[in-house]
Write a new protein. Structure first.
Length: 201
């Protein structure tokens, strides 16, 4: 693999745990897990068995993949946690959960979700923005779920709350294979430091 390609062995997946979703969301989440496992990519995620979290894990596990779940102590409940994970790590709180998932991952993918998914995605983007990591970040835009979010990012850029290079930090696609290829070929913007230096030249 060339120096312009990312060596991705483990992907952190953020996604919703809500029930009663449209079948297309479950199907795409399951397929994402399956595709990553077939490419021998390990998955680290929030350990859930419900919603898209469960679908991603099932897809990977059914394809023989490795799935690592990270859960805070207060959410380590049998009605929430997937019973067949390759590995389950229990941490004291939600902040340490996010830090541990970030530590284990070589890249990140967000699937549709709610407040928790938004929080995880934007914290990961913020950490990239200020230089705490250089890992690629993507969103799987199933059924155009993230279109309003992408519109908001563009609006933030137009109003100069973020810079051009910050928008580049987030890649998206509706197809999991194409999204993975974008993560592998992602090139980090070279001028991110100007956010701190305030050198806008």
């Amino acid at each position: 693999m060339s120096e312009n390609k990312h060596q991705i062995q483990t992907i952190c997946v953020y996604c919703g745990s809500a029930d009663g979703l449209r079948k297309e969301f479950y199907q795409s989440a399951y397929q994402t897990g399956k595709i990553l496992a077939e490419r021998h990519i390990n998955i680290v995620y929030g350990a859930g068995k419900t919603g898209l979290m469960g679908a991603v894990a099932d897809g990977a596990l059914d394809a023989g993949g490795k799935v690592i779940g990270i859960v805070p102590e207060n959410l380590n409940e049998p009605q929430l946690i997937h019973a067949h994970l390759s590995e389950l790590q229990v941490v004291p709180n939600i902040q340490l959960r996010k830090a541990r998932m970030s530590e284990l991952a070589d890249a990140f993918i967000a699937l549709p979700g709610g407040f928790g998914t938004f929080d995880e995605l934007f914290e990961t983007l913020t950490w990239a923005q200020i230089g705490l990591h250089k890992k690629p970040i993507g969103i799987l835009n199933i059924l155009k779920y993230f279109d309003p979010l992408l519109t908001m990012v563009n609006h933030a850029l137009q109003e100069k709350f973020i810079y051009d290079e910050h928008k580049i930090l987030l890649v998206s696609d509706e197809d999991p294979i194409k999204l993975f290829e974008k993560l592998v070929s992602f090139q980090r913007p070279e001028n991110l430091n100007r956010w701190i230096s305030r050198d806008n030249n």
